[in-house]
Design a protein around this ligand. Structure first.
Ligand code: AMP
Length: 504
């Protein structure tokens, strides 16, 4: 009986004692051991009354057990709904209610509030702790270590991942077996993953990057992962000599570069560093290559689509670009207002189509219709451009577009010039209410260590480089930019903090 994800990712490894999750110390887990745990969990899910298509909401710390819950869901046909551990119980309430989850798996410290909410909503609550203990693993202890996977069609849902919802309500992206599997296959092939690979896994597993990109590719290829609870620079430095690949957000790479112990020799066994989820500065790309000899491979994707583009494994990895559309992914640039395709070289909305693109937003047909065109193209919300030879560059998020005095300003345009000014480590450009112009441009600058930024010198550096209407009208200096756990700058927080700088 078919179950596409199980058949491709798990079935080949049943009872194989090859290394899968390498933990700190003695708790390494083979593929076989991982799958036996997942089978016990799958039986437990069934015993708890979960049927194929039901949702299991999971807000737990990263652990092998937490990853086995994902595998158990695949086996039992249950829709896996992972949640950021940073969400408050009010936020989790929304996800439970919206998804109609039947069971919630959480941490004991969340028990009081969340259990009360779950009781009120008639939802079962079980615990799973960072150390792998809890009521859920307890219930699974004596379950059989084999589970006959539930029959699934390619279009059946495997996971529901909520978008970060920085503009309005968070939406549940419905991801099918076919979405996840097709993307894993393409990436494993493009990035040349094999069973000899050992991947440094320091990403969270509630997000598509650490959960699907990293895990599904490793499973497909039969490789191992050094599975870290979080990004800890010392642990990553210690792991590098026994690893071949790493997937990270750009901040992983800047932190490595900042560390005096990070050397070319440490990377001797490494074959590939991959970056995504937020823009990798061209400067980071170049500094990294100069130090290690490795050109970081940058790729681009999102919750709704998995990965869409990647710089090539062989061939030029071009700094500041997200590379070429992946095989099976069609990418086009359209005029944001009309949806008409733009001529090559022009800036517009990035749209993508392919087997990787999700089925729509959970119970939000209107939102789905707004973002998923009838011809299957998904409107990503990212503004970008394609070069003559096919490399895609992201200019910014559509929602970050600033309209000042009727002029459109793409923050990235301004940020690139600001980043090149002396003493500026990085910058974020936002639009906030302005009494005359509708929105005024504000630059938030992070100085290089030990440097006092001279705003007048920066203003002078910008004139002649940037059109007057793009130049910031207000500067804010901060020690660091607020980032979420995926390394994305939280511009909504910056906008909130700077709301009144022009007097409203
Ligand atoms: P998420 O759904 O949380 O994965 O966020 C997806 C968004 O992250 C995309 O729509 C982009 O705005 C951004 N993103 C992902 N990868 C990159 C990248 N390589 N460069 C710039 N932005 C990226």
């Amino acid at each position: 009986m078919p179950n596409p994800l199980y058949d491709a990712l798990f079935a080949p490894h049943v009872d194989k004692e090859t290394p899968f999750l390498l933990m700190d110390g003695t708790d390494d887990l083979s593929h076989g051991a991982f799958l036996r745990m997942a089978a016990r969990y799958a039986h437990t899910l069934v015993e708890m009354g979960l049927e194929p298509g039901d949702r299991l909401a999971v807000q737990v710390d990263k652990s092998p057990e937490a990853l086995a819950v994902y595998a158990a869901c695949v086996m039992a046909g249950v829709v896996f709904l992972p949640l950021n551990t940073g969400y408050t119980h009010h936020e989790v309430d929304y996800f439970i209610e919206n998804s109609g989850a039947k069971v919630v798996l959480g941490r004991a410290d969340a028990l009081e509030m969340l259990r009360r909410d779950c009781d009120r909503m008639g939802v079962r609550f079980e615990t799973l702790e960072a150390d792998g203990t809890g009521s859920f693993p307890d219930a699974a202890r004596f379950q059989p270590t084999r589970f006959v996977p539930v029959d699934r069609a390619p279009g059946d849902l495997a996971a529901l991942l909520y978008t970060s919802g920085t503009t309005g309500l968070s939406k549940g992206a419905m991801l099918s077996h076919a979405n996840l599997l097709s993307n894993a296959r393409v990436l494993a092939e493009c990035w040349r993953f094999t069973d000899r690979d050992v991947l440094i896994h320091a990403l969270p597993i509630f997000h598509t990057h650490g959960l699907f990109v990293a895990t599904n590719i490793s499973l497909l290829a039969g490789g191992a992962m050094i599975f870290m609870p979080r990004f800890d620079i010392d642990a990553v430095l210690a792991a590098l000599p026994r690893s071949t690949t790493m997937m990270g957000v750009p901040t992983f790479y800047t932190r490595l570069l900042d560390h005096p112990d990070f050397t070319r020799a440490l990377c001797a066994k490494m074959r590939l560093f991959i970056s995504g989820s937020a823009p990798l500065l061209a400067e980071t790309f170049r500094d990294f290559e100069a130090l290690t000899g490795h050109a970081i491979l940058e790729r681009y994707g999102m919750t709704e689509t998995g990965m869409n583009t990647s710089n090539p494994h062989e061939g030029e990895r071009r700094a500041g670009t997200i590379g070429l559309p992946l095989p099976g992914v069609e990418l086009r640039i359209t005029e944001p207002d009309t949806g008409r395709p733009c001529p090559p070289g022009e800036i517009g909305m990035i749209e993508v189509r392919g087997e990787n693109v999700f089925a729509g937003y959970w119970q939000m047909p209107d939102k789905t219709a707004q973002e998923l065109r009838p011809d299957g193209f998904f409107i990503t919300g990212d503004i970008g451009t394609v070069s003559e030879d096919g490399y895609v560059t992201i200019i910014g998020r559509g929602k970050d577009l600033i309209i000042a005095g009727g002029f459109n300003i793409y923050p990235r345009d301004v940020e690139l010039v600001l980043d090149a000014q002396p003493g500026v480590l990085e910058s974020a450009v936002i639009g906030v209410p302005h009494p005359d112009m509708g929105e005024g441009v504000v630059a938030v600058l992070v100085p290089e260590p030990g440097v006092m930024i001279d705003v007048l010198a920066i203003e002078a550096g910008l004139s002649g480089r940037l059109a007057r209407f793009k130049q910031p009208r207000h500067y804010v200096i901060v020690d660091e930019l607020p980032r979420n756990s995926m390394g994305k700058v939280q511009k909504n927080l910056l906008r909130e903090n700077c709301r009144n700088v022009f007097g409203g």
